[in-house]
Ligand binder design. Structure first.
Ligand code: CUA
Length: 429
């Protein structure tokens, strides 16, 4: 913006005509600096790290990065040598009046050997670290790795921690500084796990029926994350209509913070249970069942505004209370969300869709496609297809189609039920 508006005024008429071309270009380049900084800054919000293949944050990514840098310098040297030789020949042997024909070198033995052997040596110099890198990045997990079973689904990621007994989706929490072993499998088609800052992409192959006596082998990715932060990733193998919207985040936490998160996951208890609506019908019983033990700020979402509390906001709290009870009723009793989704410490144990434990703490919905707000969630619940073509989940008036062709009937929820369901899901934190 600034660049276009200033273009005419930075070169004042008085004395302006005396400015050399070089000065004009220097002025233009200077103007580009704030623009470049602005653009560069865009991707860097908070500790969310944008996708980049030249900014390694694990040992795995470092190996690939070193290889990339060394190949870059080899090619840069080759480019320089070729250009210098070319410039020399063009100048030295340019045609001048009366100049004699230069000495012809066609078939010169020394030159022929030189330009055959030199590139061969360069190829060897590049091949050795490349092969070392391939073996280093394909190595199997060392002693006592932290194992996560990653499962690709059309079009979202599931993460299961066998040691911790945790299952989550779309946001992969990992401890910093511990060797991580990701076992990669798919429930349907081939996907590819890719979080550029953490390392190269790796195919996620379908679990298929194995011939007798052949053991199933998952693909594996093995790395150690260096710094805490949120790393963006996505599916990198075309897998259907929703491929481009099959995103994920890796949330890398210090060991203590990770243990805290795991504990929060295991002990999380939704503020309202499946039978909250009936309980709310008897107001006194509702007070006693501890329905507001959960964090009322859960409804405040990401805007940081605290939900109203205290005596003055009593009416609001009761309203929220009713909304959550209604949402829980929709989830467990009306729309049978629990057949596909699980929420820890509730009767919901479905394993077809994403596990929704601590759902309200997720930054995004629909596997990374929108900020996880009440408004967006209502939109998603109303029509998953309009946000992500090919999504398996049913909407209000559209059926969901499972991988085996199973049809999940439309939910037929009213606007009020959608609002309540979204509020309930966001209260899971
Ligand atoms: Cu999964 Cu592309």
């Amino acid at each position: 913006m600034q660049m276009t508006s200033n273009r005419g005024t930075t070169l004042p008429a008085a004395g302006g005509e005396k400015r050399s071309l070089r000065q004009r270009w220097a002025a233009r380049l200077l103007l580009l600096i704030p623009v470049a900084l602005g653009i560069g800054g865009c991707g860097n919000t908070g500790d969310i790290r944008p996708q980049s293949t030249i900014d390694p944050h694990t040992d795995f990514a470092e190996i690939i990065h070193h290889l990339y840098v060394s190949v870059f310098w080899w090619t840069a040297i080759i480019l320089a040598v070729v250009w210098i030789a070319l410039a020399y020949v063009l100048v030295r042997f340019r045609e001048k009046p009366d100049s004699p024909k230069p000495r012809q070198v066609h078939g010169h033995l020394g030159l022929e050997i030189g330009w055959t052997v030199a590139p061969a040596l360069i190829v060897v110099a590049i091949a050795i670290p490349t092969i070392q890198g391939v073996f280093a990045t394909q190595r199997s997990a060392g002693e006592n790795p932290f194992v996560v079973e990653v499962t690709g689904n059309q079009f979202w990621w599931s993460f299961h921690y066998p040691e911790e007994g945790i299952t989550t989706a779309s946001e992969l929490y990992l401890p910093v500084g511990r060797p991580i072993s990701l076992n990669l499998d798919s429930n349907d088609v081939i996907h590819s796990f890719w979080v550029p800052l953490l390392g190269g992409k790796r195919d996620v192959n379908p679990r298929v029926a194995q011939p007798e006596g052949v053991e199933h082998r998952s693909n594996n990715l093995y790395f150690t994350i260096r710094e805490p932060g949120t790393y963006l990733g996505q599916c990198a193998e075309f897998c259907g209509e929703g491929h481009a919207l099959m995103r994920m985040r890796v949330v890398a936490l210090l060991e203590d913070d990770f243990a805290e998160w795991a504990e929060a996951w295991r002990t999380s208890t939704p503020a309202v249970g499946p039978g909250a609506l009936e309980a709310a019908a008897e107001p006194e019983a509702g007070e006693e069942t501890g329905m507001m033990e959960g964090n009322p700020a859960a409804l405040a979402l990401d805007d940081g505004a605290a939900a109203p509390q205290g005596a003055g906001a009593r009416g609001q709290v009761e309203h929220d209370d009713e909304l959550l009870a209604m949402g829980a009723d929709v989830f467990f009793n009306v729309s049978y969300c629990a057949l596909c989704h699980a929420i820890e410490n509730t009767p919901a144990g479905g394993a077809i869709g994403p596990n929704l434990t601590l759902y309200g703490t997720r930054g995004t919905l629909g596997a990374g496609i929108r900020p996880n707000t009440q408004e967006n969630l209502v939109e998603w619940l109303r029509s998953p297809q309009s946000l992500k073509r090919g999504a398996r989940m049913p909407g209000v008036s559209e059926p969901g189609i499972g991988i085996t062709g199973t049809v999940y009937p439309p939910t037929g929820l009213t606007d009020e039920q959608l609002e309540a369901l979204a509020a309930y899901l966001l209260s899971l934190r």
